[in-house]
Design a protein around this ligand. Sequence first.
Ligand code: ADP
Ligand code: CIR
Length: 349
Amino acid sequence: MTMIWDGQTFPEFKQNCSSLLSRYLSKDLFNNLKNKKTLHGFTLFQAINSGVVNQDSHIGVYAGDAESYDLFSPLLNPIIDEYHGFSLASTHTSDFNSSAPSVPNPDPNGQYILSTRIRVGRNIDGMPLGPAINRDQRIEVESRIARTLDSLSGDLSGTYFPLLGMDEIVQNRLISDHFLFKNGDRFLEAVGLNRDWPEGRGIFHNQQKTFLVWVNEEDQLRIISMQKGGDISAVFNRLIRAVKKLEETLPFLFHSRLGYLSSCPTNLGTAMRASVHIQLLKLGSKKSEFEDIADRYSLQIRGIHGEHSESEGGVFDVSNRKRLGITEIEAIRDLYDGVVALIKKEATL
Ligand code: ADP
Ligand code: CIR
């Protein structure tokens, strides 16, 4: 699916390409933006190359730094607006620091939900985002994060494992057990997020692997809380504790209108994805009924190995789709209400 594109001529989108990039990039917009460059040197070519060479992209655009969200806003704003249902006049507010909601377990008998995972993306204020970061800056980010992680105590204490030099068997095991990101993602490759791989990347986890941090993958930090079963509140409470602790030392990049900034516009605002691995043996094979419920509750359906993967054994990764313009607690509510509806439907089939 790789194609050559020079970045100066208006890109060709195939007939079956349905990315938001292909829908919102007009020739005029392209010509107005193609020679613009942020202070970190990020260009329109870099912002859209992933969606041009990967025509099966859902979105197709990335940002290189905070300035990208302003400089390329004529293209990015309508995409952000459509993905999150976020009006351009709105301002994102976060209530991550208020007390966590007490959401009941949607599957108290453990019949459907295998595990629950909630993650937030974060990046360091004063640094470019991954697509525009240079090698030295990336290594500096890694060592600042690793130092902070090393100071955690209690159930959050753990070990940082750099990817560089990691045993291949250990690495593959972490990936197949859903703890670690994959190598060589072609969407990230095309925006330059895999430069200097695997240097500067790594994973931290506590002993139980219920609290994990990915370092310098798509975002500089992916802070993750996860455990078996459907106790969403326990997972969320652990995440809140961890994030509060980390932000005592690490200044996270925050935009007054768009919330926490990330390299992918789908991860703005709360930058939070709350998901369950749920087995829906019957509903899972009824595509349109499954998708109708997912749409009604603003859920996204992914495969068992995350984004761009397939379901196995009737198990799906179901998560909140919107992250911007809603609070963290509302995102949890979207997941809870949607999962309750999915289980109810599954039980009637
Ligand atoms: P992200 O969640 O950071 O957007 P992915 O979609 O690639 O990225 O998912 C990352 C990993 O997390 C994958 O291995 C995926 O299977 C795993 N994962 C996601 N949700 C759950 C869950 N509820 N339980 C266990 N693993 C999960
Ligand atoms: C794409 O456009 O499909 C990839 N760049 C990944 C987009 C992020 N995923 C999502 O739907 N939340």
